[in-house]
Write a protein that binds this ligand. Structure first.
Ligand SMILES: Cc1cc2nc3c(=O)[nH]c(=O)nc-3n(C[C@H](O)[C@H](O)[C@H](O)COP(=O)(O)O)c2cc1C
Length: 338
């Protein structure tokens, strides 16, 4: 009797993702984003192997069941430490372990990981192999296209070649160089020019690998254009500043036309979540509300709504009262027009 194979998902898990962003994509932010899209893959902030070896594992790894699919991004370079951290990540229920080879900050450079790892593909390969030896979930790498003034395609091609030989099948390519000297992390996300063609070329040269492209992508039209050349698209800042964009993705990129909740319904769910987080561990509402300030981006009255949710003077109030004030401000603002 022939075995019936399970139905295959129509789209690869990396088709769309929200980028790892330190201090932004924490579990509260991911809970919010998940209300807007069911299918998009969500990444954690970078968690260093040192933080997991020496800090509170619970603080760094805990997440809400609703967040799946969710990937843990690690920062580190020592193979044994990466294996230890990846195993913890799998035990905590993450769907993927991702290694950061793109962060240019001084702190990360002092620790000799992040973007400077692109100079050491063998070290990355050893780390990837060590992780793959101890976990069953996918191990993926997020990287840049070059370091400092290295502009040649061969550099990134050889990096991907070496790391893929160790078993990594998925590469997320932030399509600009990291300039390790003289630019801040913020400038490093803006100044080195974007060269998407290099990511596309990787797909041509390694057709068996999954290549997702990242960097400066803002609209669904742009996403659709990138998907003609790459397997996936990762969005960072635009997802954070304009989260309503996420609410269009299930229909537009996954063919899932379920009813999208209104902004009001999303806000109401977030208020209930704030109450839950406070009851569970005293988390103040403003640590959560800060991630949803873009919900009414571009809407009439949105500016007034945002002012309420970011008003420090309201910190002592319960979130339900702040919500009430925000709704009134939105209506008032819409009447006078932005
Ligand atoms: C506030 C902030 C924090 C970031 N933190 C990380 C991080 O922890 N790990 C990482 O790989 N990239 C990090 N990035 C880079 C993003 O993941 C992404 O590669 C970059 O912003 C380019 O994509 P975008 O133009 O869509 O924002 C961060 C970006 C921002 C804006």
């Amino acid at each position: 009797m022939s075995e019936v194979s399970p139905p295959q998902p129509r789209f690869n898990p990396w088709r769309l993702s929200v980028a790892p962003m330190m201090d932004w994509t924490d579990r509260h932010c991911r809970f919010f984003h998940r209300l807007l899209t069911r299918h998009t893959l969500l990444y954690t902030e970078m968690v260093t192997t040192g933080a997991l070896r020496h800090g509170s594992v619970q603080r760094h790894l805990r997440f809400n069941a609703e967040e799946h699919p969710v990937a843990l991004q690690l920062g580190g370079s020592d193979a044994a430490d990466l294996a230890y951290a990846a195993k913890l990540g799998q035990e905590w229920g993450y769907d993927e372990i991702n290694l950061n080879c793109g962060c240019p900050s001084d702190r990360v450079q002092r620790g000799a990981f992040g973007a400077c790892l692109m100079n050491e593909p063998r070290t990355v390969a050893d780390g990837v192999k060590a992780m793959l030896d101890v976990v069953d979930v996918p191990v993926t790498v997020k990287h840049r296209i070059g370091i400092d003034k290295i502009e040649s395609y061969d550099f990134v091609r050889d990096f991907v070649g070496t790391v893929s030989e160790a078993g990594c099948k998925v590469f997320i390519v932030h399509a600009r160089n990291a300039w390790l000297d003289g630019l801040s992390p913020k400038e490093n996300r803006e100044i080195p020019p974007l060269r998407y063609e290099l990511a596309y070329q990787l797909k041509k040269d390694f057709p068996g690998l999954l290549i997702a492209v990242n960097g400066g992508i803002k609209t669904n039209t742009e996403i659709a254009a990138h998907l003609q050349h790459a397997d996936g698209v990762m969005i960072g800042r635009e997802a954070y500043y304009n989260p309503w964009l996420l609410s269009t993705w299930d229909a537009e990129f996954y063919g899932d036309t379920h009813e999208v909740p209104s902004r009001e319904a999303v806000e109401e769910t977030m208020v209930a979540y704030m109450e839950r987080a406070f009851a569970e561990d005293g988390c103040p509402w403003y640590a959560i509300a800060r991630h949803m300030l873009g919900l009414y981006h571009g809407q009439r009255g949105g500016r007034y709504w945002r002012q309420v949710w970011s008003n420090h003077k309201l910190k002592p109030l319960p979130p339900r009262e702040v919500w009430q004030q925000a709704r009134e401000a939105l209506a008032r603002g819409a009447a006078v027009s932005d």
